[in-house]
Write a protein of this length. Sequence first.
Length: 296
Amino acid sequence: MLRPALVSPGAVLREMMARDIVVMPGVFNAISAVSAHKAGAQAIYLSGAGITNAALGVPDIALATLSEFAQQAAYVTQVVPIPVLSDADTGFGEALNVARTVIEMERAGLAGIHLEDQVSPKRCGHLDGKACIAPDEMAKKIRAAVDSKRDSSFLVVARTDARGVEGLGSAIERAKMYADNGADAIFPEGLISDEEFEAFRSAVRIPLLANMTEFGKTPIIPVNRFRDLGYQMVIFPMTAFRVMLKALDETYAELLTSGTQAALLSAMRTRAELYDRIDYAGYDANDQKWSGEQDL
């Protein structure tokens, strides 16, 4: 039975960032987090779109609540001993709401969160039709978030969606303002070229997070290139979710068409592999120990 050590996950993540770029596969619930960890991930990203799509089956348009985000975050941090950075949308309201968001998400055991400067209800950062709040409104949210930390190592990452609304120059100016108001890192969303990522790095002095999502405005750029550009974090928010969803669709179609799962067996994790993944034996061993069925 895995329980992470009582250390500051934010401090661990900061130390990792100081050594090298941190690659964060996207997860959307506890079992996906376990899978990422068992595959070798040293840190993971809890996707807001993943939470909303997986838990509610609805679009990522601010329909999930703070309580639902914090609960999923707590589920994830309970089963993996690595830092978890989470989406926190627009902070679920104004500055006072942002303060509570930091309290709840920090209490859930996260290493940090990112907050975006979109008008709520927000949209996916790679869709058109977005709008951004005024820069000073976002600065107020950042100050509220920073002041609400209990652990100074907890990361407050400021995401700006202004590239697709106001242009690259405005997005960079917003990022610099957010850094001046206490953001620990900047997440420039919706950049459209390698050169734009480079321009952000040249202009912004604090750590940067790159979003390497698929089917959006950003071309596929490998981690090594982000390393060369001087980025500290790169996330792959929905990669595993999209692969999983295709597999689900194909599985249900095959089952309903053929009336048997026989052709699917080779694509499955076996019962033994599933039990190994969730440490079934460890739970049994603890139950026996606590029942006095083993010599202490």
